[in-house]
Design a protein around this ligand. Structure first.
Ligand SMILES: C[S@@+](CC[C@H](N)C(=O)[O-])C[C@H]1O[C@@H](n2cnc3c(N)ncnc32)[C@H](O)[C@@H]1O
Ligand SMILES: [Zn+2]
Length: 295
């Protein structure tokens, strides 16, 4: 867990139980005026899931480890660069909704801190990582000036209204009503979705990657049609040369990774990904980065 500046967190968090303001007490407890308290886990994240739990399956430690290996090898750095380019330099509060281990949020926070230092600004940007996976939240808790919160994106988010400058939403569920509530007027949601040809060679090779739904972009525009304006959309296209391990990680980090504990007779997606000829494969990547602004 990085050290968090306690005063930095006033006015931006709300308690998941009562909705009143929530503050950081010391570095390891979030509390509200009504006495609800949430202690940080040993690994630095705060588990804010309340009630009966959630019907969503969280990414497992194995899936998160595969994602980290793949991302930290730099394979998706063109996506990180494109996201950073869309974040206004003056952004002070960034939220990553469905952050996973926080690879993209880390790039954004580092770049905002660098530009703050070069302009000698006295205020440091603050960031919140939201994810339902505790294994992912543990990694996001290591990002500087970042609170890592385990929460269900389909519930009321533990964030105060009209406080957020930028919501990142990379290959993750979009809760439009909540994004609209927490964003400042003029604030942005940066959504990254796969293009139809993304990882096509791996889909053709039946590695276990799930198929792509058609009409994704139209659905996204429709979803954001109320209360948001599409500022612009960028296609980020590149190709990768991936070895067997990288392909196994790419398959294992996605939804197919939930099926890796298959019965002994059943070939798991990771094994079928490895059952290639061992030569690096060229794989096409294509994502669409859509920037929506709160009207
Ligand atoms: C495909 S991963 C993307 C993670 C990260 N944005 C990245 O690209 O590395 C989707 C993430 O959304 C999270 N997620 C899925 N459903 C969720 C929900 N209902 N609430 C919170 N997080 C959720 C998963 O745990 C996972 O970390
Ligand atoms: Zn409360």
């Amino acid at each position: 867990m990085t050290s968090l500046n306690v005063t930095n967190w006033s006015d931006c968090l709300v308690c998941p139980v009562c909705g009143d303001e929530m503050l950081l007490k010391g570095e390891r407890t979030l509390h509200c005026v009504n006495g609800h308290e949430y202690d940080a886990a040993r690994q630095g994240y705060f588990n804010l899931l309340t009630g009966r739990g959630t019907k969503f399956r969280e990414d497992t430690p194995e899936m998160v480890a595969a994602r980290l290996r793949f991302l930290e090898a730099g394979h998706y750095s063109p996506i990180a660069d494109a996201i950073v380019a869309e974040v206004p330099r003056e952004a002070q509060f960034v939220v990553d909704a469905g952050s996973g281990p926080g690879y993209y949020l880390n790039s954004v926070v580092s770049s905002l801190e660098d530009s703050g230092q070069s302009s000698q600004s006295s205020t440091q940007p603050r960031a919140v990582a939201l994810d339902i996976s505790r294994a992912a939240a543990k990694h996001a808790a290591k990002i500087s000036n970042t609170l890592s919160l385990v929460t269900d994106l389909w519930s009321v988010l533990p964030l105060a209204a009209n406080t957020v400058d930028v919501v990142l939403n990379v290959f993750a569920p979009h809760n439009i009503e909540e994004f609209r509530r927490v964003l400042k007027r003029g604030g942005r949601v940066i959504v990254v979705t796969p293009a139809p040809h993304h990882l096509q060679e791996l889909r053709d090779a039946e590695t276990g990657l799930l198929g792509m739904q058609s009409g994704k972009q139209e659905k996204l525009h429709h979803t954001f049609s109320e209360g948001f304006t599409l500022l612009h959309e960028t296609n980020v296209d590149f190709s990768l040369s991936l070895d067997t391990q990288a392909i196994a990680d790419l398959v294992g980090m996605g939804p197919a990774g939930h099926h890796t504990s298959a019965s002994p007779d059943e070939e798991s997606p990771t094994e079928s990904a490895q059952a290639t000829d061992g030569e690096p494969r060229t794989v096409s990547c294509g994502v669409v980065l859509s920037v929506f602004q709160k009207s």
